[in-house]
Design a protein around this ligand. Sequence first.
Ligand SMILES: Nc1ncnc2c1ncn2[C@@H]1O[C@H](COP(=O)(O)OP(=O)(O)OP(=O)(O)O)[C@@H](O)[C@H]1O
Ligand SMILES: [Mg+2]
Length: 451
Amino acid sequence: MTPSASLPHHTAVVWSRISGEPQKMATLVLSDDRMVITYEESYRASGLPRMSLLDDVATETERYFEYPVTERMPLLPRLRALVPGNNPRNLQRTHYLKALQRRTGVPPPQGIDTEWELLLMGGHGGIGHVDIFRDDLAALDWYDRKPGEPVFAADMGRSGLWRFLREQVLDEPNGLQADDILDIIGPTPSVGGMIPKLLVAMSPGLKDETCYPPGTPGKTEVLLKIEPPEYQGLLSLEALCLDLHAEQDLEVPAYRYFEHQGLRFLAIQRFDQPQMQPMESLFSVIATGSHEVQGMTDVMLEDLGGIFRQLEQVIELKPGTRAELYHRFILAYLTGNGDLHLENLSLLGGKTGCRLSPVYDPAPMRAWARHDLVSAIPFDAEKYQNEAEVFIRLGHSLGLPETEINYIIERSLEGSADYAERLADCAGINDHQRRRLMEVVRGARRAMRGR
Ligand SMILES: Nc1ncnc2c1ncn2[C@@H]1O[C@H](COP(=O)(O)OP(=O)(O)OP(=O)(O)O)[C@@H](O)[C@H]1O
Ligand SMILES: [Mg+2]
């Protein structure tokens, strides 16, 4: 197969450091109707993981991988994680849009041309093993930059970064010019999700609150979330839920919650580091394999079992993955997290030795009315008599035996029995949110007990 010719309008190159050394992986060409990835022969021969799990399977025999793009899904799904999230608090998007405007003199128009520029600016050095650049020279320049150049000063309280964060997250004017910001946060890679965040490094064990540039030798790579005022208490709730998942023997990254002069932070150790590993959201895996899936609500909860069965035909998934996935859904329901969507679940590792990533983003979002859903992955409500049945049947569709379903539910009920008390102690959350969440959680426990 060779890719058919349609007029290309954007090109880029893909590199990776997964072998320990930067290495060119592929060339990307985007045209009106498709994105074509052409792998370097040497990279293909190396057997190293390619851009995404399913293209890795497909390109065992082919040098090309083609993905049909549409208005809803204008890029290969895996690239979504490398473009800064499209929301007003995304620090990287704000920063790069300002930089683009400085370059062209006009506000960047909405659309694929701007998204592509954002991909080229922020699509390297982020989470996972895929780095995107304009061309090979840009890649070599970037990998050659001096390690440990200060991205921002370690003393957050007095640094420009501090003023930048206060402006972006608390809407405080700071008098910083656009060029100052570039000096302060430097080439900051894209990170997905709704909450403002930066990739930084901290002392091993996260034993103090000083932040260093990512890649600083001897330090630990972390994702630093910064709480926006519209989600007051979110990060302390997220920390509580990380604890609860860890107590249930689910793998949870080390974290440190801290507050500093009016800002609240959650630093979470990165699990795609220090040994670099491919990481891909379940959404990206599913949408790459099934072109009708172009948005997160295109997959139903009832589809998940079948999707996992299909995946297991082509990739080697760690035994017990479906049971673990189920455990996470039950805990999400019992803790008031209706936001366990397909980008809050990821697979870590290549097509052999693939597993669910450690738990991330278990925040109980039902505390906020606009996120008060039983499940962010839609289900066909008419098919069920009550909420508990949704989750029992999910267990069946995942192929779990009745005994395992019951074991997981009982264990989760037991592990979250004192959750309401722990919520009462949770710092930062206001009474309205606390009451709402307690109500939701009580209802979920009642439903599960009465199943
Ligand atoms: N510890 C980690 N190590 C590596 N990658 C991570 C880690 N935690 C999160 N990520 C990645 O960063 C992305 C954003 O993180 P997260 O989901 O916690 O943010 P969020 O803003 O709360 O998301 P949402 O929009 O779902 O509320 C995740 O989708 C995941 O790809
Ligand atoms: Mg998330």
